[in-house]
Design a protein around this ligand. Structure first.
Ligand SMILES: *Cc1c(COP(=O)(O)O)cnc(C)c1O
Length: 326
């Protein structure tokens, strides 16, 4: 089975946790968190699930070097650096912007994890990968490229598998979840959850909240999710037909742009932190969590619903954005 083509890089299943105090604050709703901020790989996050499949593929095909790309505060790049360190692979990260005077947050961790860091100026979504790849191959390296955010079918399998994991937990707890909110950005998480929903027959409605309104190399997020879904449907033998218009995205909260912190993100961070003692991240999860709370407050989903927020990690970025968070 294709879902077995992975190595172990983290601690799974991640906890499924009832938010008792938060649920009391939002009467009429029962709120759960899926704690992928606790995957365990160099402070955790959703990319660990994708990397279990991606690094498996790289190792099984005898690659010795990984290239991937992202923002300087990329959680994906930090977890990739950790995965490479843990498996003995060389790691090259192409990060947007120019080299800062001070390394902090995820950038600091990527450095400590031994990654070779290349600063790429304006581009932060992997535009410079092929040039670096050729350069490394000319030096005799066998290079495996992980796309922006780890979002291809191989990476998305991590979230197909995650649906099976969640459904086991829900069975054990005799729990039915009506809505699953999560941050969607490079598309792999959403594509994997969508495939997993169809493969395992998950009844919950997926509520992906977009984080980044800009496109990835001219391709929209819907198109990326749809492409991965269409490829995955074949290999997983899923019969359900999807059109591009069936790819749902909640776009009400990405207005300020990627990595721009507003009062909304600060409110959401503090709301969860002060009611449950759990830290979100300012770029992804706080934005999506704000979206979920807004849906509850405005009654945009029915009272009585059980909602799950998939906490996809990102803790280290708080230390980069420290000045904007207070
Ligand atoms: C990457 C990331 C996401 C989004 O996942 P995608 O698969 O890229 O859509 C959400 N939250 C955090 C903390 C992330 O690092």
């Amino acid at each position: 089975m294709i879902l077995d083509n992975k190595i172990s890089l983290g601690f799974f299943p991640t906890p499924l946790q009832l938010m008792g105090r938060l649920s009391e604050k939002y009467p009429g709703f029962t709120i759960y968190l899926k704690r992928d901020d606790n995957t365990g790989l160099a402070s955790g996050g959703n990319k660990t699930r994708k990397l279990e499949y991606l690094i498996h593929e790289a190792l099984s095909q005898n690659f010795d070097t990984i290239i991937t790309a992202g923002a300087q505060q990329s959680n994906h790049c930090r977890q990739t650096a950790a995965a490479c360190a843990a498996t003995g692979l060389g790691c090259h990260l192409i990060l947007g912007g120019s080299e800062p005077e001070k390394y902090d947050g995820n950038l600091l961790l990527s450095f400590l994890l031994g990654a070779n860091i290349h600063f790429s100026g304006e581009n932060r979504k992997g535009e410079g990968i092929s040039l670096l790849r050729t350069e490394l191959e000319n030096k005799g390296k066998r290079v495996y490229t992980i796309p922006y955010g780890g979002s291809n079918l191989t990476g998305a399998l991590g979230f197909v598998n995650a649906v099976g994991e969640l459904m086991n937990q829900m069975t054990t707890l005799d729990l039915k979840v009506d809505y699953i909110f999560f941050a969607s950005s490079s598309g792999g998480t959403q594509a994997g959850l969508t495939l997993g929903k169809e493969l395992f027959g998950l009844s919950s409605e997926l509520m992906p909240v977009t984080i980044d309104k800009s496109e990835t190399q001219g391709v929209t997020l819907e198109e990326i999710v749809f492409k991965i879904f269409t490829e995955g449907k074949e290999v997983l033998d899923i019969k359900k037909e999807y059109q591009l218009k069936d790819i749902k995205l909640i776009k009400d909260y990405d207005g300020p742009g990627y990595g721009v912190i507003t009062q909304n993100e600060i409110f959401a961070l503090r709301e969860l932190a002060t009611t449950e003692g759990i830290i979100l991240d300012p770029v992804y999860t706080a934005r999506a969590f704000y979206g979920m709370l807004d849906y509850l407050k405005k009654g945009r989903i029915p009272t009585g619903s059980t909602v799950l927020f998939w906490h996809t990690g990102g803790l280290p970025a708080n230390f980069h954005y420290a000045d904007q968070l207070r």
